[in-house]
Design a protein around this ligand. Structure first.
Ligand SMILES: Nc1ncnc2c1ncn2[C@@H]1O[C@H](COP(=O)(O)OP(=O)(O)OP(=O)(O)O)[C@@H](O)[C@H]1O
Ligand SMILES: [Mg+2]
Length: 445
């Protein structure tokens, strides 16, 4: 086994995370534990996956002779000796290999926004049309955007919003462009606090929900606004929709969800007002999927290093669900597997290696989870077991959410592919649910 390589990603709430990739196994896990528990990292101005990675690598390179403390440009990284040695080894490993396979690994990040979305032109237009009345000084239309995971809903909405921000119509009224992920911000209070932040109002502490909404209202009613609420079904109360609908004068509300039936259960007083348009994103067919992945591949990899047969293997795997995010994951894992062996081509062997790791893939990115969901995920990954036992442990460790909320989070984590959950009927405890991290077998518990 070669030295494990690593990459890091930046999460604005909890800082820089290390992710070990490449060689896997006991060694890599042990090192990963060392690094995450003993490493303090402050990278104040870094945004996005590989900027963080590059800075870290630069810092490591610049101070390659010092074990223990690294201080780079704008960067303070404190590592214990073992972790430092490990990272240096990982770094040397990266510099020796890989450079010639990846041209721009960022392009395989699911958050990376392409310049346009082939095969989604009509949906793009439909969403843009909901906003057009705002440009004419009128009230906009609302829309529910639905479809399976990884088929371009968020990307389509973000592209429309980006267009709006980057190409403002000078003759049209000013429009505030607001995007909220409701998995992270899963209550009316959190949504309003987030909207305040995005509108440039930072003093949200000690303010209640009503105060926060007044601030939003004051700012936004001087212009008009597009509100995009992604993963909207994850929100626990929908009062924000009512407030925005009744008290914001000119707006378009976009609601994105995997579960369009969610709306049928929304409070009737909201449904009778919002009257949204609906657009359903259909799954990509094999040809479309292959076209999209090929396009991404061209951004991410040096030309000509992919064997057609290896690429086709990945397309075959992804075609039944059409989940581009899974396709991107497999492209990256194949590249990393080839890297590890200093291969010059990505062949079927490496694609198969990526496919063997497909159980590590979670449908949703972990960075989108709310703080309490992340805590519960960590607990399940480290322990696993019966849901009741895990909840007791969670409480003992200072967890604050109620059992009902705990159950809801567990359902979300299972839906998002972060954990495995198996219902067991008629055991000695009656019916219970057994939970485990993705790599563990449920039979272990
Ligand atoms: N037509 C397309 N062209 C290029 N890239 C695409 C296309 N459709 C989806 N993608 C890419 O696939 C990835 C997943 O898309 P996106 O995040 O929009 O999925 P989603 O439908 O919002 O899924 P979820 O419901 O899980 O949130 C993104 O990296 C996106 O850029
Ligand atoms: Mg999405």
């Amino acid at each position: 086994m070669g030295w494990p390589s690593f990459h890091c990603y930046w999460d604005c709430k909890s800082g820089l995370h290390f992710c070990l990739t490449g060689a896997r196994g006991i060694n890599a896990k042990a090192h990963s534990g060392d690094i995450t528990t003993t490493t303090h990292i402050i990278l104040p101005e870094v945004q996005g996956t590989s900027a963080g990675e590059r800075l870290l690598l630069q810092a490591l390179w610049a101070k390659a002779t010092i074990n223990g403390v690294f201080v780079g440009r704008n960067t303070t990284i404190l590592l214990n000796v073992k972790a430092a040695n490990f990272l240096l080894m990982g770094f040397k490993d990266i510099t020796n290999k890989g450079e010639h396979l990846f041209k721009n690994e960022d392009a395989l990040d699911p958050e990376w926004l392409p310049k346009n979305l082939p095969y989604r032109e009509s949906q793009h237009k439909f969403i843009a049309n909901c906003i057009t009345p705002l440009l004419q000084g009128r009230n906009g239309r609302n829309c529910i955007i639905s479809g399976a995971p990884g088929i371009g809903k968020t990307a389509a909405v973000k592209l429309v919003l980006k267009d709006l921000e980057e190409n403002p119509d000078v003759n049209a009224p000013d429009i505030a462009v607001l995007y909220v992920n409701c998995w992270q911000n899963n209550s009316t209070y959190k949504i309003f606090a987030e909207l305040c932040e995005q509108l440039g109002y930072k003093f949200t502490q000690n303010k209640n929900t009503e105060d926060l909404f007044k601030i939003v209202q004051n700012i936004v009613n001087k212009k008009s606004a597009v509100f995009a609420f992604d993963e909207v079904d994850k929100v626990e109360d929908v009062n924000f929709l009512y407030n925005i609908f009744t008290d914001i004068l000119k707006k378009t509300i976009l609601m994105i969800t995997n579960y369009p039936q969610w709306y049928t259960e929304v409070d009737a007083r909201i449904r009778s007002r919002l009257l949204p348009e609906r657009i359903d994103f259909k799954q990509y067919n094999r040809e479309e999927l292959a076209g999209i992945l090929k396009n991404r591949m061209e951004y991410a990899f040096i030309q000509g290093i992919w064997d057609d047969a290896a690429f086709n293997l990945i397309v075959d795997k992804v075609a039944p669900t059409g989940d581009i995010r899974m396709g991107l994951y497999l492209l990256r894992e194949s590249g990393l597997a080839a890297d590890e062996q200093s291969a010059k081509k990505i062949t079927v062997e490496y694609a198969k290696c990526a496919l063997s790791k497909v159980s590590d893939f979670s449908i949703k990115p972990e960075s989108e989870l709310s703080v309490d969901a992340k805590d519960i995920l960590e607990l399940i990954k480290s322990q696993g077991g019966k849901i009741g036992d895990l909840f007791r442990l969670y409480q003992e460790q200072g967890g604050v959410v109620t059992y009902k909320t705990f159950q809801r989070r567990v359902e979300e984590l299972s839906e998002g592919g972060f954990i495995d959950a198996k219902k067991v009927v008629g055991g000695k405890d009656g019916t219970t649910t057994i939970l485990s991290g993705k790599n563990k077998s449920l039979d272990e518990f």
